[in-house]
Design a protein around this ligand. Structure first.
Ligand code: FES
Length: 107
């Protein structure tokens, strides 16, 4: 288990505990985090689960995979640093304390 902090555009924070073998998206959806519709349920088909990984965590989380990166670029016209689709970020013990920011609007 790990603690994940979701930060809304207004700066409000929710610190949530992950379950076993979950992605960042699943933790957020399970707790009804706002601005995280995740319409496709984690099938890498909607780009509505975007988060910005806080800078200190980017190396530990890593960058997007090939298809994920293409989806981010299709949605935003660019690949902003730290941007990930949260359904593709699997939580490990090493990510305990991870902070992610929700965008104002989803792709
Ligand atoms: S939930 Fe649809 S791409 Fe992540």
């Amino acid at each position: 288990m790990a603690r994940i902090t979701f930060i809304q555009p207004d700066g409000s924070r929710q610190v949530l505990e992950s379950g076993e073998d979950e992605t960042v998206m699943l933790v957020g959806v399970r707790h009804n985090v706002a601005k995280l519709p995740a319409d496709c349920g984690g099938q890498l088909a909607c780009a509505s689960c975007m988060v910005e990984v806080a800078e200190p965590w980017r190396a530990a989380v890593g960058g997007p995979g090939l298809d994920e990166g293409d989806m981010i670029e299709d949605a935003l016209g660019m690949r902003p640093p730290g941007r990930r689709l949260s359904c593709q970020v699997r939580i490990t013990e090493a990510l305990d304390g991870l902070e992610v920011r929700l965008p104002e609007t989803q792709g």
